[in-house]
Write a new protein. Sequence first.
Length: 483
Amino acid sequence: MIKLNLNISHKKHFYIISVFSLLILSASVALALITIYQTNQSIASLDHSYNINLKIERILSYTKDAETGQRGYIITRNTDFLEPYLHAKENIDKELSELYIAFENDIEQRKNLDSLKFDIRYQLNLLSFVKSSFEKSNNKLTDSIGVFVYRGRVAMNQIREKANQIKGVELRRLQINKEETYRKSRFSIGVIILTCSLSLLILLCVLILLNSAFHKKIEVEKNLISSQQLLEHQVHRLNLSNKELEQFAYVASHDLQEPLRKIMAFSERIGSKLVNEKNDEVINYLERLNRSAARMRTLIQDLLMYSRSTRVLDANEKIDFNELFKIIMEDMDASIVNEKAKITLAKLPTNKGNKTQLRQLFQNLLSNSLKFHKQGNIPRIEIWAEWNTVSKISEKNWAKDFNLNYPNYLCVFIKDNGIGFEPHYLQQIFVIFQRLHARVEYEGTGIGLAICKKIVENHEGFITAESVPDDHTTFIVGLPQKN
């Protein structure tokens, strides 16, 4: 497998710049919202001051109209001039009430408003007294009435001063607010200019990074194309090698076995001629020769079987595992009877796979269970299956050396009461020609489990085993559920 080591420093820088850009953008948005809020506050303050001044002007207008109307009444004796005077108190009280609401939390302006209210009440009382005195004197203007009229004029001047005082406070506050808003606006403009400059700088950095990443991508694509060509060349060579291996397997199955058959045949003839001879040494040599030739024949046959297992065949046949194990047990009937084995087969589901290879796989595992049983004990073998998700399989650590590409797997369990093995030998038992026991103890070439592993790999599954020495071994074969 060809691996490309890509430099991801640009990607890290891009992420850092992106985060920094988001922070600046967030700060700009927050600043814009604050500026909008402050602008709204300034507008609200301006609107507040405008309404205060408008109400003060109305109060002055109502008071002045009352005074002017009374003067017109005294001069002309016409009661129509009293109309403003008669409604003045009601209108002024309304405006004062609204001002008190506006100055609810403003102690300074409430005091000024109290003083203004007192002067207005004094002025209205003077106007009422002058009117009453004028009517009692039969509508004649006396000197005492003139004095009170003069006092009313002085009181009106005081009312104007108090009104101007309230308006002055509002004007002063408005000026302060204006200066503060102007100062904050200048600061906001500066920050916005700074953020815009930073944004342009960041944009430039991003463009540089993108340009670098683009050229890096082109370089990687070139490397990928080159690697693809190299891979295709290697695949071609591998196909040629596989063909040569198949030719070798053919030679091994025919040409190499033919000399072995002749050796064994001549050995038997020699043995038959020496039946009446009392040469034990020669007979011993011939027996050892026959055993070696038989092992050689078995090894060649197993190698042929291993080479066939490496072929990736169609693994999409629908297989009834009950029927499959029935066929296997019929093939192995002689061995099962000879060992007096007890096999318990649970009801098994169906799944997809290659029937020929799976038959070889499970036959090898059953042969293993029969071969490695404890001397003097009857072999007992249990076979069952269950569906498991890939997460559960990973949790149980059954497929740590395999790639699982499917969500669900049919797990077939084959448990025996044999000699078992130490857990640290788990990887070794699936390696070709690896044996845990001497040939004199248990026959075999050390290829059977390697064939099982190859078949499982062809099916994109897994194989493992759980064992306790001198107690039991459970082989677990996982085959993917394919839609």
